[in-house]
Design a protein around this ligand. Structure first.
Ligand SMILES: [Zn+2]
Length: 459
């Protein structure tokens, strides 16, 4: 390009030189007379004067154009810098949010709002800044304003759900979660939090529908969905029973057992109803199968109840039949020890407890040993020895929440500590691997209920 331009200049300069030479070779004079004025000059000078006049004219035209166009160009430039400043404020505000500096964030949010005139963009920052400052009203106002904008509505709902949960208003949180679910049923946190809230408020059927949508959208794995569905059916079965509909309750329990026979709560529900409807034969089968998958003291109690046997010695034989499904399990040894103790068979009880305890007997084993020694009248020294061992012994299996690790005295569908559904398992402590603390700082229920569907299954 530069070469071409240079060439053009050379050509122009050449032409100008040729013209000058041509004019010089043809000298001539020009005389102008006008109203008593007289001008004598050469043709060359006149031509140069004409060229200068044209150049001055062009320059004047350019100055005129610049002056006329200036205001709009200025305004445009000013608007540009205003927007730039606005975005800078927005960026700095978001950085302040990330750094947890609420006051700074709010200052930037206010300035960005003035500069940008684009509410959806600045609303999120304002809401987060207000949240950081603990200004719930301002945060709620900003999140609600986001609902007006199609693009931001979903984000606004997320904020409002968290806000309602923090305020302990579960009904409102549930209503917002339903709206969010209607907008985007494929988003994992929406499915999870709606499911948790429905389960926490005992809306078992609605929770089941949410779960099924979640499974269709691949938000919940098939295996996790299967167990959760079984546990929901158990709760629906309980509800039917308290409505006096035993037939429907039994049908639901049977369906649950078909899905997850390895869950103790599922097996006990079915066995309970089978005993209640005088179908002991089936109850025994249910419990034997359940024992082979996951032994638990409650199952042994139900097994004895199903047989209706009251003679203590015969009851030992019955328990032996049940634990034959899994003879080496610690629960099997403990069930036999308990039956032997009830029948006054001290030697046998000690033998089972020794087998259950091994080299490091647990609290339950030590306490049962103390009971055996007391009832066998072996002397207070022996009883005390076992009781003091119990104080230092390793903890037993218990109902522990896989989501938060909380310990519960008995099975319940929703963890009382973190609100997760179906997260209780009959486990020894420290067998869940990593236990995550609740997501929000308040230590109460998780802000957006990500617990239930992500917790460990089985057990
Ligand atoms: Zn929990």
């Amino acid at each position: 390009m530069t070469f071409l331009r240079t060439l053009i200049w050379f050509v122009l300069a050449g032409v100008a030189m040729l013209a000058a030479v041509w004019l010089a070779e043809r000298p001539g004079n020009v005389t102008v007379e006008w109203h008593g004025w007289r001008l004598d000059t050469s043709v060359g000078v006149l031509l140069v004067a004409i060229v200068i006049l044209i150049l001055v004219g062009v320059a004047l035209w350019l100055v005129y154009r610049w002056i006329m166009g200036a205001p709009s160009a200025l305004i445009e430039g000013w608007g540009d810098s205003r927007r730039r400043k606005g975005y800078r404020e927005l960026t700095q505000g978001l950085a302040a949010v990330a750094a947890g500096d609420g006051v700074e964030a709010q200052r930037h949010a206010r300035r960005a709002e003035q500069l940008l005139a684009e509410p959806p963009l600045t609303l999120l920052l304002s809401a987060q800044a207000a949240q950081l400052n603990g200004d719930r009203e301002a945060a709620t106002r900003a999140f609600k304003a986001m609902l007006e904008d199609d693009e931001m509505a979903f984000l606004g709902l997320r904020g409002l759900i968290a806000q309602s949960l923090r305020e302990g208003n579960q009904q409102q949180a549930l209503a917002y979660a339903q709206r969010a679910f209607a907008l985007r049923p494929q988003t994992p946190w929406v499915v999870h939090s709606l499911f948790d809230m429905q389960a926490q408020t005992g809306q078992w059927k609605a929770a089941q529908e949410t779960l099924e949508t979640g499974m269709r959208q691949k938000v919940v794995t098939a295996d996790r969905g299967r167990t959760l569905r079984a546990l929901l059916l158990v709760e629906r079965s309980r509800a039917c029973e308290s409505d006096g509909n035993d037939g429907q309750a039994l049908a639901l329990a049977r369906e649950a057992f078909g899905l997850a026979p390895e869950r103790i709560a599922v097996a006990s529900r079915l066995a309970e109803l089978q005993i209640k409807t005088a179908d002991s034969r089936r109850a025994l089968k249910t419990l034997e199968r359940a024992w082979s998958l996951a032994p638990h003291p409650d199952l042994a109690v139900l097994y004895l109840k199903a047989t209706g046997e009251s003679d203590p010695l015969k009851r030992v034989g019955i328990v032996r039949r049940l634990v034959a499904q899994k003879p080496d399990d610690m629960e099997s040894q403990l069930a036999l020890a308990q039956a032997a103790l009830d029948a006054g068979l001290w030697g046998e009880a000690r033998r089972y407890l020794d087998a259950a305890g091994g080299s490091n007997p647990s609290v339950r084993v030590c306490r049962l040993m103390a009971e055996v020694e007391e009832r066998a009248q072996s002397g207070q020294a022996k009883v005390h020895e076992w009781l003091s061992r119990a104080a230092l012994a390793p903890a037993d299996k218990a109902w522990r929440c896989a989501a938060c690790g909380a310990h519960h005295e008995s099975w319940r569908p929703v963890c009382e500590s973190c609100g997760a559904f179906g997260s209780l398992h009959w486990r020894a402590p420290g067998t869940f691997g990593q236990v995550l603390p609740p997501a929000n700082g308040d230590g109460a229920r998780p802000a957006l209920g990500m617990t239930t569907m992500n917790t460990v299954s089985g057990g």
